[in-house]
Design a protein around this ligand. Sequence first.
Ligand SMILES: Cc1cc2nc3c(=O)[nH]c(=O)nc-3n(C[C@H](O)[C@H](O)[C@H](O)COP(=O)(O)O)c2cc1C
Length: 216
Amino acid sequence: MGDDPGIFEVMHTMRTMRRLKTEPVPAEMIHKILDAGIRAPSGQNTQRWAFLVVTDSEGKQFFGERYDYWLHHQFGDRISNFDESTSMGRTTKAALHLAKHMHEAPVLLFCCGKRDWPFAVAEEKRVGKAPPSHGSIYPCVQNILLACRALGLGASLTTMHQMFEEEIHGYYQIPEDYGVVAVIPIGFPQGKFGPVSREPVETKTHYGKWGNRKLE
Ligand SMILES: Cc1cc2nc3c(=O)[nH]c(=O)nc-3n(C[C@H](O)[C@H](O)[C@H](O)COP(=O)(O)O)c2cc1C
C-alpha cells in the first residue's frame, strides 16, 4: 500500500483500531485531521461542531478510569465470558483492551455538537436540554476517522461517555449548550489495517419498492 491510499482503499480498510502505541501524534497531524473533519456537510451549513483535544495525562486518566468503569458496569457478565473464536468475542476483547489502556492513547478527541431541537420535536414537547444534532456531527466524525486512516493513524469511534457525560462537562469545562457526540482515541496503531467485515450490498438494498432485490 502506498503512502497516500485512495479514498476507496481507505474506506474498505478503516477498521476500528483499539490497540494503539503510546508514541505522540504530531500537532500538525491533529490539525490535518480536524481540518478534514470540518469539510463535512452539516444542516444549513451551520457547522455546529466543536472539538476538545486532550493530550495531558491527568485529563486522559480522568476519562480512561470512568470509561473502563462504565464499560464493565454496563455490560457486566456479557463481557467477562467472551468466546475469542467469534468475531463478537474478538471485538469484546479489543474493547476491553481499549478501556484498560484509554489513558495511554496519545490523543483523546472529543467531538462535540451544539444542542439544538430537531424539527420533528414540537415546541411544547421540548423538555430539558436539547440533544446535539447527531446528523450534523457524524459526517464530521466520519471524515475524522477517514483522515486518521489515510494518515496511518488508528482511531475508534466511542460513545460510552454518555454514561458519565455530566462529569465530563464539569471536569473539562465544556459549556452546557454543547453535547459530546463521540470520543475518539487516536494514535499510531499496534496492528495492521485490514478489510472491514460487512454484509454485502445485495442483502441491504431494495429497488423501486421494498422487497424488489433487482434493479430493473
Ligand atoms: C455509533 C457508534 C458507537 C460506537 N461506540 C463504541 C464504543 O463505545 N466503544 C468501542 O470500542 N467501539 C464503539 N464503536 C465501534 C463499533 O463497535 C465498530 O465500528 C464495529 O464493531 C465494526 O467494527 P470495525 O469498525 O472494526 O469494522 C461504535 C461505533 C458506532 C458507529
